[in-house]
Design a protein around this ligand. Structure first.
Ligand code: KG4
Ligand code: ZN
Length: 353
């Protein structure tokens, strides 16, 4: 079964063709990151307008790269939430129109489900379908979410915990901005951290008892306090909040690399610690990492060192937003006869389950 996937929930305009849920025939991602970089984050109206401009050429490119005609497709999967309303609307509307015109089934996909299903994709053109056993524990860590989810079977999710404040990726993005490292913050922090010491600063880790929830706001404030300490030392004006710091000069001598490394280690320690604990409590067969933050190599390395459970994590290009993951999830839905009606709406705060 060959499915077209469409993804426009945030700032990537993406289309892909995937066969049988695992073999990627094409995977086209037009990133708007450069467009939004000067705003230090995604500018929603700009994002939806850019999706409108790019979506059809991106879909045409996905079909061309897969060397397929419309008649060879078996369905269309599209992200309908969670995400930015204006961005989601572009993808869903295009998917509906194409599915109606080409008489193909339409499958609405939860973006988080898509991230999870990136693990079912063959990581390389030459590799086989990954063999994933249930129950599986999924750690979904993206710009908008930090969730621990238990998957007892395909499409079956139970939430064990989620973030109480900032998502992991959001924390990376905010700290990168604070340290003058630019947007998107995750890769920039990871790069800077390579030159720093993770033990240089003793930053807080929010364990929240036995709970599988996450909180990164205390850690974020602690990094801000360190920056303010350097600022005071150099007698420059004291910033009042993270937001007000945007564009302001960094205090001279600020050990950016050490702060980046210590921050990254504090996030990784909590993500690894909670995942390990949940994997043992629920005696899972597999741990799956998903979402943009799962492309962090330091996280993947420490996770595989600490866990006693077989672990999967997609290659970086399949961790961040793409449409191959959407097409894969759509396959597992369509295979079970699950498709959407023509009145499919976008759901900006869609939950998994
Ligand atoms: O999954 P994703 O592409 O989009 C959302 O669904 O949000 O995730 C984007 C997030 C951003 O916050 C970005 O900073 C973070 O993933 N990210 C990383 C890395 N690459 C992307 N965080 C840490 N380390 C990375 N290497
Ligand atoms: Zn995402």
């Amino acid at each position: 079964m060959k499915l077209l996937g469409i993804e426009t929930s945030c700032d990537e305009t993406a289309a892909a063709v995937v066969e049988d849920g695992w073999r990627i025939l094409s995977n086209v991602v037009a990133s708007q990151a450069q467009l939004h970089a000067k705003y230090g984050g995604v500018f929603p109206e700009l994002a939806s307008r850019q999706h409108l401009v790019w979506i059809l050429p991106v879909i045409q490119e996905a079909l061309a790269q897969a060397e397929l005609d419309w008649g060879e497709l078996d369905g269309i999967g599209v992200t309908y939430g969670p995400g930015l309303a204006g961005s989601l609307l572009v993808g869903v509307n295009v998917a509906k129109a194409l599915a109606l015109a080409k008489e193909l089934p339409l499958v609405g996909i939860n973006h988080l489900e898509g991230h999870i299903y990136a693990n079912w994709l063959a990581p390389e053109p030459s590799s086989k379908a990954p063999h994933i056993l249930f129950p599986a524990l999924c750690l979904i860590i993206s710009g908008g979410h930090s969730n621990l989810v238990l998957m007892t079977d395909h499409l079956n999710y139970a939430s064990l915990g989620s973030t109480l404040d900032d998502a992991a990726g959001e924390a990376f993005d905010k700290i990168a901005r604070l340290l003058g490292l630019g947007y998107p913050g995750g890769p920039a922090i990871e790069e800077a951290a390579k030159e720093g010491s993770p033990a240089a600063f003793d930053l807080p880790r929010a364990w929240l008892g036995d709970s599988y929830d996450f909180s990164f706001s205390g850690l974020k404030t602690a990094v801000l306090r360190e920056v303010q300490r350097y600022e005071k030392q150099t007698r420059t004006s004291q910033p009042k909040s993270l937001r007000k710091r945007r564009g302001s000069a960094l205090p001279p001598g600020l050990p950016v690399e050490d702060l980046a490394a210590s921050f990254q280690q504090a996030v990784v320690a909590v993500l690894v610690g909670k995942t390990k604990q949940a994997a043992e409590e629920y005696q899972v067969e597999t741990v799956l990492l998903a979402g943009g933050v799962a492309s962090n190599q330091s996280l993947c390395r420490q996770m595989s060192e600490e866990l006693n459970t077989p672990m999967f994590f997609p290659p970086p290009a399949l961790c961040t937003d793409n449409a191959a993951m959407v097409a894969s999830a759509a396959y597992f839905r369509l295979e079970r006869g699950l498709k959407s009606d023509w009145d499919l709406d976008v759901v900006t705060n869609l939950n998994l389950g």
